[in-house]
Design a protein around this ligand. Sequence first.
Ligand SMILES: Cc1cc2nc3c(=O)[nH]c(=O)nc-3n(C[C@H](O)[C@H](O)[C@H](O)COP(=O)(O)OP(=O)(O)OC[C@H]3O[C@@H](n4cnc5c(N)ncnc54)[C@H](O)[C@@H]3O)c2cc1C
Length: 466
Amino acid sequence: MNAPATTELPVVVIGAGPAGLAAAAHLLDRGIEPLVLEAGPTAGAAVREWSHVRLFSTWGEVVDPAAEKLLAPTGWTRPDPATYPSGGDWADFYLQPLADVLGDRVRTGATVTGVSRTGRDRIVDADREQQPFVVHVAHAGGREERVLARAVIDASGTWATPSPAGGSGLPALGEKGAVDRITYRVPDLEDPTARARYAGRRTAVIGSGASAFTALAYLADLAKSDDGAGTKGVWILRRGMSGSTFGGGEADQLPARGALGLAAKAAVEDGHADAVTGFRTEAIERDPDGRLIVVGEDGRRLDPVDEVIVLTGFRPDLSFLGELRLGLDERLQAPVALAPLIDPNQHSCGTVYPHGHRELSHPEQGVYLVGMKSYGRAPTFLAMTGYEQVRSVAAAIAGDLDAADRVELTLPETGVCGGAGLFDAPDAARADGGGCAPAPQLVRLGTPAVVAAPAEQAPAGGCCGS
Ligand SMILES: Cc1cc2nc3c(=O)[nH]c(=O)nc-3n(C[C@H](O)[C@H](O)[C@H](O)COP(=O)(O)OP(=O)(O)OC[C@H]3O[C@@H](n4cnc5c(N)ncnc54)[C@H](O)[C@@H]3O)c2cc1C
């Protein structure tokens, strides 16, 4: 059978999260048929897993313009743009209605297991660009399917592949065996089962991003509540303490994001968490009571904890893209042209400029990694960045390069200056000339466990990880 002409084929979008659904809306707006393949049982399946977490972005910042245009005729009303949704709100009041209006263009329970060029493995050059993409799909019932596509937009996020506790990026020795007492997500402490798990217990929180801040603040709230007496956090950071440890605070242009860091700071200052700095986790051992002892590369052994919450960021799952010719940065696993803009080793102030199809292109034409996945291992991804990405990518696929190259977004700053490598060297950070406030200042926290640490390399982490 002859393959259909490539332009008659749909654009396959992998993942029905905020970026994937927005991509579908932008494609439709340009008269191009999207086919969104979602592994989970519903649209926004990953966002639903953190339903209890309140976004630091307002509704006004997390609704894509093309999606809003598509939703408008259905009578959908945009929630108050000045208010902050939870993950559950985002899924219920925006992602699901958007998936509904896209109808059978969104297929759930459909996991993409491989992407290639039809009849061409990664090695073969001949007529490569003329061949449609072939996408292998595993359906929830066990059925396998092969879908042809004119282009592929991978918006599959990084949620399913959290980074481990080990300071070297590998699982710590014993980490896998201790999984009964470890979670890689911010627990929902309003849920009675989760609450009982952490109430009155000693919990290590490993990581230094917004998710770690959130977990520390939740544990502090629990400690202050009637049923939470004795709840204690042990905050484990690879870095030392500096003015930027708690994010940009009041200098963050997203106030709620800044507030997360301030809440974590309060948790430490109020004695609900002890900070252990300059600590690279090497092993997780058990004591005779089954509690966990976190061991550092420098030989430090922390007092036993009942639970460990690992929030060291996320990393992209590239396993199903192995037959494509991707150009990925060797450190971040982000597209090579995007990586320097978001590299926490170099990047100052979180002011990534809005970007689109050019920064997201690969040697393999017609394939794009967008949304959270486009950042690879870099932190601070924002949904609005993803919406601008997919607007540009959809325009490029439609052949409208003028629109694809136009920038239609200004991104907020984090208020955190200096690349991560400078975080423990405030004078050097100021010399960096980033020009943002605040310049990092060393802070002294009144916790005996705080010890000086050498300068650290990049904080591992996703938006909300590390
Ligand atoms: C706790 C938390 C809080 C955040 N808060 C904010 C915030 O306040 N503001 C902000 O701008 N950003 C925030 N972010 C960052 C980011 O905007 C969100 O993570 C957003 O959900 C990213 O959207 P996405 O579509 O790229 O990825 P996801 O939301 O992760 O969606 C990817 C989808 O792809 C599916 N999928 C994965 N693999 C496959 C496969 N092989 N085949 C088919 N489907 C697949 C998943 O099931 C998922 O539904 C937050 C992130 C987290 C984790």
